[in-house]
Ligand binder design. Sequence first.
Ligand code: ADP
Ligand code: MG
Length: 493
Amino acid sequence: MKFTDFNLKDTILAAVTEAGFKEPSPVQKDAIPLVLEGHDMIAQAQTGTGKTAAFGLPIMSMMKADGSVEGLVIVPTRELAMQVSDELFRFGKLSGLKTATVYGGTAYGKQIERIKQASIVVATPGRLQDLLMSGKIKLNPHFVVLDEADEMLDMGFLDEIKNIFTFLPKERQTLMFSATMPKGIRRLAEEILNDPKTVSITKSESTNSNITQYYYVVQERERDDALVRLIDYKNPDKCIIFCRMKKEVDRLVAHLTAQGFKVSGLHGDMEQKQREVTIRAFKQGGIDIFIATDVAARGLDVNDVTHVFNYHIPFDSESYVHRIGRTGRGGKSGEAITLVSPNELRTIKRIEKDVGAKLITQVIPTRIEVQNNRNDALIARIADTQITDKAIELVKTLQHDLDIVTIAHLLASMVQSEISVKGKDNIGLGLEEVELLIERAMQNRGGGGGGRNNRGRGGYRGNNRRRSGGGDRNKHGRNGRSGRNGGHGSNRG
Ligand code: ADP
Ligand code: MG
């Protein structure tokens, strides 16, 4: 199926082509025709499935661009407001459709001016309610969209939303989008939608198959080491690490910064300006690693995230899907990596079942494995390097005192030291051990006495580890990391 199969306006289609969209996503396939037929709709699909275009393209295609506000999109946060409005602007600009963004924390005047020129207003509930109640603006939009409706209810915006609808025309087309469908959402839908069509993209369709999902079983105290080792091994261009709590975010930011990574934290109580600056830096590559809580990262649309790490397993399957949906966006491939303690094996198995996708168990690479990888990369890089005149001069100078082989060895030692991998040799549990633990965890399911048997087996570090290697306690100073932003050469190619 192609976008040209829908009955969209030419200027909208041209914008879709310009945006580089080749094929409609599942939610777009289902939603666009229904919206074009004029139905109210309630749609469930996970984040990153292209919901903005699913409502944006058809409503914009039906707009007259007559200078009035024809569409109102309500979103939970200021960030989402900006994201959605950017995306809608792209779709609408060839059709002469302007967007205005309305959110709290900034002056009213400018926003009101923008609204007067806009065809579409993208707003957060609080500020929108303010503007409507104070009579500063009047809106008469034919299209009303509630985006990330479940998130808005979670944030406690139900009253605001209901109130806002009292200011909106009865004759309208209303669309509701939500990643989940709890009771509160259904009740709200009954109230504001008129004979709606339902679109639901089932889990297997929405668990993006571009994402390869791994989990690693580690002891509680090994989480930090495991995380650093995996980052070293995967060498992600851009990754997000999810934590459960804000204080864990802060602690990990400090820890990884000390290791020389370019890290920033993202949490709910950060100042808005600072959040925006941070997100921009992440998008543009000044920051490689984002550490965030679920709430802080909800709806965050950053392309090119190559890896998502779950430092802790999330509390439920839905959060898991949300989290990993930050990668593998826009048709690119991504990896989701979850650290799991032996006690959490049952939870990860449940998540695996819920999401209907295979989670692959792996053993954390040893220090030697990572080192070998880096050596291979280094060799490839050396082979690829262009010889410069300055280098030739330098070697000539060195040859006054040293023979050519010694010079080569010295230079190699220099670059080699920059790619050395720190940390313990072995981290985490071996495969056989994990299999055994899973078997037992599943057997003990629900059994009262099971917990006892699970503990103190002392065999976690036992013989059935895949690898031997006794250097476990061999602690290296971890500050001597190099090859990141430490001033000398980078190993990132
Ligand atoms: P959601 O609202 O479901 O979380 P978005 O609407 O934010 O998802 O879309 C996620 C990303 O995917 C955006 O960067 C968007 O530009 C891109 N995208 C949406 N639809 C398509 C498509 N059909 N083909 C390629 N990329 C798309
Ligand atoms: Mg969205």
